[in-house]
Design a protein around this ligand. Structure first.
Ligand SMILES: [Zn+2]
Length: 236
């Protein structure tokens, strides 16, 4: 069996048999993989906590037919700070859930990997807001998947005079182009969404945050066709 090296972030683990686990890892070069960590649930396992969710690890793996096998794991960043902070941990869990649901197996996408890594780094920065980091991750990931919302001009005709958001039509739409269900958004919502994509959102505008955050979820669920259960548990 061929041996290969990768670095990645552990998204999820599940028990396998008596002593093993299957770990799901978003890697930099191979995309999302699933691999068996043998003996990891034994007390003296060489893996210890190296393959816990959130951990950024260097891996040595055997390529298997269906599942690969982890032979070596070394921590690059543990992100263990998340475990001591409920808000950050919950936001982090939602980020991992979204990555696991949306990203397909073995489709290499370095930008998707880097987005996850930088989002986890922002999440452990004490000056960041956990809910905003989570929403920013969701909107950027949806954009990377090919559905960047139109925010400053109409999604259909490009005219700049827009006041309504249409989930189905892909963002803000003008009165001529809008069809079916649209939402007249509050004044601060578009600046909030724009900042989630490209800058630092204004966290003081609570109405914009609440509306923006709900739109991000609905937009992702509609375009990527994946429910996000953990979204509701993130404190905002
Ligand atoms: Zn239009």
């Amino acid at each position: 069996m061929p041996l290969y090296k990768e670095q990645g972030i552990v998204l999820r683990t599940m028990k396998l048999g008596e002593a093993d686990r299957i770990v799901t890892v978003l890697t930099q070069g191979t995309g999302k993989i699933r691999a068996v960590a043998k003996g990891i649930r034994k007390t003296r396992s060489k893996f210890g906590a190296r393959l816990d969710p959130f951990t950024h690890v260097d891996l040595l793996l055997y390529k298997g037919r269906e599942l690969d096998i982890v032979t070596q794991a070394d921590i690059i960043t543990s992100f263990r700070e998340l475990r001591g902070d409920y808000n950050r941990f919950t936001a982090g869990e939602m980020i991992l859930e979204a990555a696991d649901r949306v990203i397909e197996d073995r489709e290499p996408n370095t930008r998707m990997f880097m987005l996850l890594l930088t989002s986890l780094r922002r999440l452990i920065d004490p000056s960041s807001d956990a809910g905003a980091v989570a929403d920013s991750y969701l909107l950027r990931m949806t954009s990377l998947a090919g559905f960047r919302p139109a925010l400053t001009a109409c999604a259909e005709c490009g005219k700049p005079d827009v006041a309504r958001f249409s989930i189905q039509q892909g963002g803000m739409v003008c009165d001529n182009c809008r069809t079916g269900g649209t939402i007249r958004v509050a004044e601060g919502t578009v600046p909030y969404l724009t900042a989630l994509l490209d800058g630092e959102p204004d966290l003081a505008d609570l109405g914009a945050r609440a509306e923006g955050s709900s739109l991000v979820r609905a937009y992702l669920e509609y375009h990527l066709n994946r429910p996000l259960r953990a979204w509701a548990y993130v404190p905002r």
